[in-house]
Design a protein around this ligand. Structure first.
Ligand SMILES: CC(C)(COP(=O)(O)OP(=O)(O)OC[C@H]1O[C@@H](n2cnc3c(N)ncnc32)[C@H](O)[C@@H]1OP(=O)(O)O)[C@@H](O)C(=O)NCCC(=O)NCCS
Length: 161
């Protein structure tokens, strides 16, 4: 039976594929001063250790959010997360982070790490909601303005599989 109306337009999280790259790039360019390029995202689709997830939503099933993370031994490193500006403050980043933590818990991960700009208050508030804590500073981390990065860590009750 075909799904219609609101249910058909509801946000759905799934693995990205190459056809999603234009939608991902549009969000990336609207979100960051030094956006990743298309080859950078294409590389993430190829690497075994990399996970590129999208959320599609709306009548056109557009890409409205994405995240990129790496799995390396027992560590999950969240490299990128962004939501299309018109779709912000609707819980989509929370949806992605909830899924990442669930993925981490189901795998061997002992912790999730990420870097965030000291000036990025919205993202820091988001991460604190998920019990990420600042554990260090990476000096001059961001090439565009030399801003430091706050390193944030979230322990995970992972299990060995
Ligand atoms: C940061 C970002 C991913 C949040 O996405 P979002 O879908 O709007 O976030 P959510 O609606 O899931 O919000 C979850 C929580 O994050 C925090 N938050 C999100 N946007 C915020 C804002 N503009 N101001 C303050 N807090 C904010 C709040 O704590 C919020 O919880 P609440 O709504 O109960 O107050 C989004 O603003 C974005 O894409 N920014 C540009 C890219 C970026 O900075 N990525 C992070 C790089 S480290």
């Amino acid at each position: 039976m075909a799904v219609s109306g609101a249910a058909a337009e509801a946000p759905r999280l799934r693995l990205a594929d190459p056809a999603d790259l234009p939608g991902i790039l549009a969000i990336e360019r609207a979100s960051f001063p030094s956006p990743w390029t298309e080859p950078m995202f294409a590389e993430e689709l190829k690497n075994d250790w990399s996970h590129l997830w999208v959320i599609e939503a709306g009548p056109e099933r557009s890409i409205v959010a994405f995240c990129v993370f790496w799995v390396a031994a027992d560590e999950i490193h969240l490299l990128n997360i962004a939501v299309a500006p018109p779709w912000r403050r609707r819980g989509l980043a929370r949806h992605l982070l909830t899924a990442i933590i669930a993925f981490a818990e189901a795998r061997v991960a002992s912790h999730v790490v990420l870097e965030v700009r000291p000036s990025n208050t919205p993202a820091q508030r988001l991460y604190r909601q998920f019990d990420f804590r600042p554990v260090g500073l990476r000096p001059n981390y961001y090439a565009d303005n030399g801003e430091d990065a706050i390193l944030m860590l979230r322990m995970v009750a992972g299990r060995l599989t």
